[in-house]
Design a protein around this ligand. Structure first.
Ligand SMILES: Nc1ncnc2c1ncn2[C@@H]1O[C@H](COP(=O)(O)OP(=O)(O)OP(=O)(O)O)[C@@H](O)[C@H]1O
Ligand SMILES: [Mg+2]
Length: 315
């Protein structure tokens, strides 16, 4: 098992009476890309600010490479690089001068190291230009270069794709995957964009109203995908619904006119059709529909049942 790089334990923060982060517990291992996924106001930035010591926690603690951020700040924070708020850049200086300045805040960051990082983020051509001439994506890359200068074990990026064009997003994704694999770096990245997270992360933690609603590996999310909906047109939908409900112990059934929708793995279709037919149901059509990751996300966030169209009676 890979080493735990970040351990968050029962982290809580309130603003007056509003709980922004509620008893958050999670672990991220080396080489893992962990996506913090949640809607606006879910508590992602607040959690990240506490993880990096930028905001005070009310209770709980954060350990980075085993060091507590609240009790052993200096030793914990040396292992972290991040872009949490807009990184402060000196706009009238070149990208390179900015990086040299940041490098001077640490011991032992060589010129070669800076050169390597610049190449890694794909800024070699423009690094001697002033930052004020950079595009947004180039500034993001420079921010990441800065975050990586001191060989952090944990990279934290709060919504890094905001404002990037599709190509910039693809580049960033490739780059993050590369550095996490090459350097066994753990990455915590927040976003409200599910599709982006799906393509990038190994693990996704869904956060809503400050609470972690579930941690899922990409494989688990994909298997959720298979557990889609089966849509049947039958002669006696209510009776068919009762039969299905009994056989598969599910209440995730909705009925509209003679169409019955049930949330089941599509692999049961052959068995299901035989079962219904032998119980006297005529099937006019049957089809299956995969649930998208968005459905999984919305279900987790809203504890949503199957969407029920207007005028439908639940069985
Ligand atoms: N300084 C503050 N004072 C009062 N309330 C705050 C403060 N910072 C955040 N909050 C509240 O805490 C909750 C979580 O906010 P946070 O910024 O962490 O959400 P987020 O998940 O990062 O959202 P977004 O996707 O919009 O960036 C919100 O209800 C927000 O209004
Ligand atoms: Mg935020």
């Amino acid at each position: 098992m890979d080493r735990v790089v970040l351990k968050v334990k029962n982290l809580t923060k309130k603003f007056n009476e509003r709980v922004a982060v509620n008893n958050l517990t999670l672990e991220i291992h080396e080489g893992e890309i962990f996506g913090f996924l949640g809607p606006n106001g879910a508590g992602k930035t607040t959690a990240i600010r506490m993880i990096t010591g930028l905001a005070k926690m009310d209770s709980g603690d954060v350990f980075i490479c085993g060091k507590s951020i609240s009790k052993d700040y200096e030793k914990a924070i040396v292992n972290v690089g991040g872009i949490i708020e807009n990184p402060e850049m000196y706009k009238n200086f070149s990208g390179l001068d900015n990086l040299k300045y940041y490098a001077s805040l640490y011991d032992n960051i060589s010129k070669e190291r800076i050169k390597d990082i610049v190449a890694l983020v794909g800024l070699s051509d423009r690094i001697k230009d002033k930052v004020k001439t950079y595009s947004l994506g180039m500034k993001q890359r420079l921010g990441i270069a800065q975050a990586l200068l001191h060989y952090p074990k944990l990279l934290i990026l709060d919504e890094p794709t905001n404002g990037l064009d599709p190509e910039g997003i693809i580049d960033l994704r490739r780059f993050l995957k590369k550095i996490s694999q090459k350097n066994k770096m753990a990455i915590l990245i927040s976003s409200h964009n599910l599709n982006e997270m799906e393509l990038l992360c190994d693990t996704i933690g869904i956060i809503n109203h400050g609470k972690l609603e579930g941690i899922k590996t990409l494989d688990q999310l994909k298997s959720y995908n298979e557990n889609g909906q089966i849509i049947l047109k039958v002669n006696f939908p209510n009776y068919a619904g009762k039969l299905i409900s009994k056989k598969y112990s599910t209440d995730k059934i909705s009925i509209y006119k003679n169409t019955l929708t049930v949330e089941l793995d599509k692999n049961v279709i052959p068995e299901l059709t035989t079962y219904l037919i032998t119980n006297g149901i005529s099937i006019y059509s049957i089809s299956s529909q995969s649930r998208t990751l968005e459905d999984v996300f919305l279900d987790t966030v809203n504890q949503r049942a199957l969407p029920v169209p207007k005028g439908v009676n639940n069985v």
